[in-house]
Write a protein of this length. Sequence first.
Length: 254
Amino acid sequence: MSLRTSHLIAELRAAGVVFVIITGARSSTYIGRRPLLPQADFEFFENGGRKLAAGVLDPAWTDRFVAEVGPILDRSSLLPDLPPVEVRDGTLWQLYRQLAHDGWNIDARDYMTNIRVDVKKSEGKTASQFQAIVENECPKRALASSFNLGKGDIYPQGSGKANAARHILQTLGIDSKDAIALFDDDNDLELGALVGRSFLPGVTHPSVLEALKHQPTWTLTEQRGVLGTESALETILALRKESLRSGKTAVSSK
C-alpha cells in the first residue's frame, strides 16, 4: 500500500465514491493491517464473513451465518476469545473436525467464519481430493470455497466477496454496473463477474488468467503491483469526475 494509493482513495471518497475493502485475511491479520490501510466506508474480512461499517463491527452481518459458524458470543471485539474448534457449533466446524480427522493440514487460528486448507502440506492428499470435498461435502453444509494465496478457503455460502459486495450495493441502492473492483486472486472471481468493470494489478491464480480471457470488462493493468493499483485508481477517479460532470450515479470501488 503506497502513500499515493491512500491519497487517491481519499480523493475518490471525497468525490462521493463508496470505498469497500473485502479481503480473505483472518481476523488477527486484518486487525494488524488496518492502521496501514486507507479509511473505508465498509470493510469485510475472513472472505466476507465479518463486517465493519464506518469502522464499527457489525455482528448482525455475521448472525446471518449462525447455522454454519455458530452463535457470536462476544459481539464487540474485533478479535474475541473463541472456544476451541473441537466444541464450536455450526456446519463449518463440523467439516473442520472431519477434515482434521482425515489428515488434512487445516488452519482455523483467529477465524470466526472461515477455515483454510493447505493442500500441498496435507500429506498424501491431492488437489482433486480437495475439489471432491468442495463439490460433495460443502453444498450439503451450506458452505462454499475458493482459493486465496494458493490455499483452499471454506466459508458459509452466504459469505464470500461477491455476496459482501452485493449486500452493500443493495443496501445503498447502487446498480452493480456502476461498481468497479480491483483484484487479483481466485476468491475474487465472482466479485469481478458481479460489477460493471474490474482492474487487475496482477494475477495470482491460473483461474484468474483464464477468466480474464472471457471478461471484456476486465483490464489487466500495464504495470503490476502497487504501480498497477495506482494506475487503476487514477482511471477510476477520472471516471468519477466524468460521471459528476454528466450527472451519473456514483462509482463504487472495492
